[in-house]
Design a protein. Sequence first.
Length: 601
Amino acid sequence: MAQYVNLRNLKFLLYEVFGIESLTKYEHFKDHNRESFDMILDTAKQIADNLLYPTFREMDVQEPQLENGVVNVHPTIKKYLKAMGDAGMIGATYDYEAGGGQVPASVYSLASFILSAANNGASMFTGLSSGAARLIISFGNQELKDKYVPKMLSGEWQGTMALTEPQAGSSLSDITSSAKPLEDGSYLIKGQKVFISAGEHNQAENIIHLLLARIEGAPAGVKGISLFVVPKFREENGQFVNNDVAAGSIYHKMGQKSTPAMHLMIGDNSNCKGYLVGEANQGLKYMFQMMNEARLGVGLVGASIATNAYYASLQYAQERPQGRRLDEKDQKTTPQTKIINHPDVRRMLLFQKAVAEGSLSLLLECARYADLIEVTEGEERENYSLLLDILTPIAKTFPAEYGIKSVSEAMQVFGGYGYCEDFPIEQLYRDIRIASIYEGTTAIQSQDLLGRKLTMKNGAAAMALMQEVSKTLQEASTHEELKKYVELLQKELGRMQQVMQRLLGFAMKQEFELFLADANLFMEMASLIVISWQWLKQATVAKVQILTKNPQGEELAFYESKIHAMKFFFAYELPKTKWLATRLMDDEVLTLAQEQKEIIV
Ligand SMILES: Cc1cc2nc3c(=O)[nH]c(=O)nc-3n(C[C@H](O)[C@H](O)[C@H](O)COP(=O)(O)OP(=O)(O)OC[C@H]3O[C@@H](n4cnc5c(N)ncnc54)[C@H](O)[C@@H]3O)c2cc1C
């Protein structure tokens, strides 16, 4: 079986960089230890090796089909749901009383990363169930919890997030699905939902939609949206009856074909019942819990696909002979060299390593903050919340946007073969493209970062982040070899400050178009700096390990490769901030819509 993850790297991040074992000192995680963490990763690897990786290609070719109202997905999905349910993996992070295992999010996210690297589309089925069940646990009443959560955690029932409507994609405030109160306390739901992942399929006994709709008479906009549990089959007098959620059509997607994306017709026969979760009109606020989790989940998907493609192209580059080295004097008679010896191929491989491992490091940082939010209180907890808030849009966007570039480079390493179906790269390339679109497009994430996260609580999140980066700079500066990179990052932080001052000036003057017009460029600049921070952190740990543990052979090479990848990212990627800053500081704005004339077409 080809390599699709490197457990050594996962454990380096988990234990050496982020010291996740230290979480076990808190009451909430006290039943865990390194052995139990390793066991969770091993379980994920086993399920991935046995069920997901072997069917990755097949699930793409045997795309789900809608026949007579039912969507047939690959039969392995049923086995996968059961295996994950039996292993307690779907609700692993939940509290014991909710049926979970109180596993740290840090460990769980690496388990999800392994599953997704093996078969990114298939792993979505359990990710969706996990997020949907958690919404019920967090905000639902006891009846909802008892009725739905156990079966979702066992893998018998599928969970979904049903937000998007034809006219309400990025703009969820325009949702029109309606909910009319009924005498029995439930609601009559009517509307259409589009692109609902796993929204219908034949490998789960029931499908539980966590659906946003407006109760009749609710205020317009986001303040009038409520959250409902809408099952495919509802229970009535001990019987399960059809709940009038029909599969209108299935989308034929470019990638991630294993997971059906459904157009759902809800309540066409005026017989769809929904059950209110929490309070009326609080739905979007509740849904943000699942959306924020899902954003980090999409980041993980991006990082995991890029990782799979990186190892595939690395192996290919080590085996493929082509051409001779640039410094080979005898170009005619010397045998061909392996393409990994060409500097340009090495550049593409280093780029992929830097993107994949840099992204994963940031995602794990976020998961660690989520764990610390769980176990701390007061100011400390507030600080971790701010950090998670500000980093979430970056942790969704960088692995998606740079992941796409990274898989493109993997394809380039394969040459013509990468473009053909003989190798999985073309599938990975199609699969990863969605990551910058769903769960809030890059534009929406960028506006969230610049327009909301930077300004909230008078810039408290940005300050908290600066303090975290400063800690890394301080630690790195004690090593001569790293001092140059400390200075480079410090310079970039200064540049960022200037850009922020200028952009926030527009916000103060209420010139919101000028403020947010190039939010995507700001996102890229911020991401490059944040990922550089993560790389400096990894390199510092690697440096300390080399100095204190005297590693040899493969271990030494592993640590050295970390320092080298950090240098690569600082040399090849971080300087892009200069161009981005030039653009962001420029007075001339070329993208604003003109009322009087249309200049694009
Ligand atoms: C494969 C797949 C799976 C999905 N799974 C789910 C799911 O399980 N559940 C669910 O509810 N939804 C799901 N979605 C929907 C997904 O979240 C939306 O497609 C996404 O939010 C974008 O909405 P849209 O497609 O309507 O595009 P639009 O919102 O119309 O956006 C089109 C373009 O305009 C830009 N744009 C829109 N508004 C703004 C703005 N205010 N400022 C700047 N630019 C803007 C966007 O960035 C984008 O480039 C899925 C989609 C796909 C394709």
